[in-house]
Design a protein around this ligand. Structure first.
Ligand code: AHR
Length: 499
């Protein structure tokens, strides 16, 4: 069996864990909101029409901050349509996904839904078709306590307390030609700076996210970040990163090494942001908000006609069904986010329900967990305290897309009493025996050892077979004299909880 050695240094602290790293994303897209989190006729629906079986799964998933209402949708969003008496709300065309939007779920309902799930709201403003005034109005409606036109409107609409939203995204993917109202970096940087300046005049404690690149393969990647930050650096706190991965043309080896691209993406944006900051002799460091990341079979969706010329309500769009391999890659991407948590202090798994999501629903029927649900929920539950960078001594394999990739990746966390190690084996053929020197963690007991793997790396959970894939016990774990020995199955993601 191939061997790997890992040692964990208690002093190699990357950062204390900020729970925002376990964020997610709800967009008015396809069946994410309608027939996803919201279905008034469903047997589990509450008085707002929210499905409580979905709420339960969201709580189990352990997602924290939730970005809303888009995504590409936000670039056509008129927030005023989404508040007030439901029967008076207009139906609008959503140009981003060529759908009809009923506005039956809006800002106030969504804030109530977040309370059920125990999550924080991260709001995006429309800088595609609107601008500073609409952003300021939404901010006043949401956050001002009372005694102004828009805060009193919120109160009259039934929400006495302000929503007190801390994180705000200044538009969405403004570098993308698909974005309604997309702009050059120069135009967007100026608009973002002016919007941020005005929003902070209303509340200087807001945390603002300026749009970075929609992906590391965008032709403007790097230049976009530099130009936008040259305008907006002193007004904003975060720059966004978006990345989606998929297996291309049967090249599973490259797909399993996707996190190397995420690492490259993060390092490039950090270097660019610090270059601008240093040039400006700024005292602050810009943080990264990786506010869209996931597996997405985009190529296949683009080839389909699911986004078409019809105007439909909540059509089935982007409903990827995830495999074991997808879940292993997702677990590895989460490891990468944790390993960069000194700069990536917020992240959102895109998305949450039905649309490229860990949770699926059937109208009038069940809600179930996709394969990708498991690495996210276990990591969110077990990662506590501080993140530690392990030293990993392991061989590599060649990939077409990312060069040589280490066969094993890992990260550790500890709060002193409880520790956890998260690992992936990227080998398609071999189990790997890993010895982990955990003497410095001063743990004596393995509380939990789980793995996600299957003889069929393409096994999936479906409506007909909702529990085909789940967590398995990682057999044969030994802990003796401060050394943990585990055998990681091929194409697997695993977690160990220690105390
Ligand atoms: O998450 C799906 C879409 O991906 C979002 O609407 C957009 O921001 C990105 O291109």
């Amino acid at each position: 069996m191939t061997q790997a050695r890992i040692s964990i240094d208690r002093e190699a602290v990357i950062a204390p864990i900020n729970r925002r790293i376990f964020g997610s994303f709800v967009e008015h897209l396809g069946r994410c909101v309608y027939d996803g989190i919201y279905e008034p006729g469903h047997p589990t629906a509450n008085e707002d029409g929210f499905r409580l079986d979905v709420v339960e799964l969201v709580r189990e998933l352990g997602s924290t901050t939730i970005r809303y209402p888009g995504g590409n949708f936000v670039s056509g969003f008129r927030w005023e349509d989404s508040v007030g008496p439901r029967e008076q709300r207009p139906v609008r065309r959503d140009l981003a996904w060529h759908s009809l939007e009923t506005n039956q779920v809006g800002v106030d309902e969504f804030a109530r839904w977040l309370k059920l799930t125990g999550s924080e709201l991260m709001m995006a403003v429309n800088l595609g078709t609107r601008g500073i005034e609409a952003a300021l109005d939404l901010l006043e409606y949401c956050n001002h306590p009372s005694g102004t036109a828009l805060s009193d409107q919120r109160i009259a609409n039934g929400t006495a307390e302000p929503h007190d939203i801390r994180m705000w995204c200044l538009g969405n993917e403004m570098d993308g030609p698909w974005q309604t109202g997309y702009m050059s970096a120069d135009d967007y940087g100026k608009l973002a700076a002016r919007t941020a300046q005005a929003m902070k005049a209303a509340d200087r404690t807001l945390e603002l996210v300026v749009c970075g690149s929609s992906g590391s393969t965008m032709p403007t990647f790097g230049d976009w970040e530099r130009t936008v930050l040259e305008h907006a650096y002193e007004h904003v706190d975060f720059i966004s990163c978006h990345a989606y991965y998929q297996e291309h043309d049967g090249d599973l080896g490259s797909f399993l090494a996707s996190s190397l691209d995420m690492q490259y993406f993060i390092e490039t944006v950090v270097a660019t942001a610090d270059h601008v900051g240093n040039k400006l002799r700024s005292k602050k460091k810009i943080q990264l908000s990786f506010d869209e990341w996931n597996i997405w079979y985009l190529k296949e969706h683009q080839a389909s006609d699911e986004v078409n010329d019809e105007w439909r309500y909540a059509p089935r769009q982007l409903e990827d069904v995830y495999s074991v391999a997808d879940a292993v890659v997702l677990g590895n991407l989460l490891i990468t986010l944790l390993k960069n948590h000194d700069r990536v202090t917020s992240a959102s798994l895109a998305q949450l329900v039905n649309v490229i999501a860990p949770i699926m629903t059937e109208p009038g029927g069940d809600a179930w967990r996709q394969t990708t649900f498991f690495p996210f929920s276990v990591t969110s539950r077990l990662a506590k305290g501080e993140i530690l960078r392990p030293r990993i001594d392991v061989g590599t394999y060649a990939t077409a897309a990312h060069g040589d990739a280490p066969l094993v990746d890992a990260v550790a966390t500890t709060d002193g009493d409880r520790s956890a190690v998260f690992l992936v084996n990227r080998s398609q053929t071999e189990s790997i025996e890993v010895t982990i020197d955990i003497a410095e963690l001063a743990v004596v007991h393995v509380d939990e050892a789980v793995t996600l793997w299957d003889d069929d790396v393409y096994a999936k959970n479906t409506l007909a077979d909702q529990n085909r894939v789940g967590l398995k016990t990682l057999d044969g774990v030994r802990l003796a004299d401060g050394v943990l020995t585990v055998a990681l199955p091929p194409v697997s993601w695993s977690a160990l909880a220690l105390s």
